[in-house]
Write a protein that binds this ligand. Sequence first.
Ligand code: FAD
Length: 235
Amino acid sequence: MRIAILGAGPAGLYLAYLIKRRRADAHVTLIEQNPANATFGFGVVFSDRALEFLRDDDPESYAAIAPQMESWTDMTLVHRNERVTIDGVGFAAIGRLKLLQLLQERVRAVGIEPQFGRAVASLNELADADLIVGADGVNSLVRQTFADQFGASVTYGSNRFAWFGTATAYDTLTQTFRQSAISTRIITATRRGAAPSSSRLTRPVSPVPVSRKCRRMNRAPSAKKFSPTRSQASG
Ligand SMILES: Cc1cc2nc3c(=O)[nH]c(=O)nc-3n(C[C@H](O)[C@H](O)[C@H](O)COP(=O)(O)OP(=O)(O)OC[C@H]3O[C@@H](n4cnc5c(N)ncnc54)[C@H](O)[C@@H]3O)c2cc1C
C-alpha cells in the first residue's frame, strides 16, 4: 500500500511512525515544505494524562521524549492581580523544534526519510498514492481540495492571538487575566527552562471567560491554594 502523508508536523511525523511500525510493508511517503530544522512556535505542553497515554501505548517514543521535557505540578492563575496556585495539575513542556527532531528520529528509525523542502501545490502530485493523509495543518490543502466531500468550512473568530518568546522565567504554567478599557487579554505563559518561555496573548472581544474554578477562588480570597479533583486535573 502506498501512503502519502502531506505535512511533517507532529501529527504527520507520528502517524508515519505508527503506520510503518505496524505495517512494515507499507510504502510511506512523508512530505514537508519546510527544511528539517525549521519550526514556528516555541514550547509544546503535554498534560500528565497525555504523557500517560503515550507511555502506555508507545513506551519507546515516551522514553525518547520524556527525558527531554521539563515538568511541573502547579498552575498559576493571576486574576485581578491576585495570584492563585492550583496544585496537582501536572504538565510537561518540550521545545517544539526538539519534539520535531525527536519524531524525525523515530520515523527514520522505521525506515522513512521525510522529503523536506517540497511544497505540494496540487494533490495531483500524489496521484500514485492509494491513500493521501492530510496532516498539513490549519490551512490544509487536502481539506481545501475536498471541502465539498468533507463538508469542511472555515469561519474566522474575532479573537486575536499572538505568541512571544520571553526571557522571563515562569515557575509554572501561568494564566494572567488583564482587563483594560478597550479589551480583555489572557496571557498564557509556559515554563521552558533555559530556553525562552512561550507566552501566548489572547484578546477576546467578550468579557473575561472566568472559569468556575476561578470564581470559586474569588469568593474565598484567603484560599490561595486550590486542589482540583483528579478529573479536573487530567485535562
Ligand atoms: C507558539 C505555539 C505554541 C503552541 N503550543 C501548543 C501546546 O503547548 N500544546 C499543543 O497541544 N498545541 C500547541 N500549539 C498548537 C500546535 O502547534 C498544533 O496543534 C500542532 O502543531 C498541530 O500539528 P499538526 O502536525 O497537525 O500541524 P502543523 O504543526 O501545522 O504541521 C503541518 C505541516 O504541514 C506542512 N504543510 C502544510 N501545507 C503543506 C504543503 N502544501 N506542502 C508541504 N507541506 C505542507 C507545514 O509546513 C507544517 O509543517 C501551539 C502552536 C503554536 C503556534
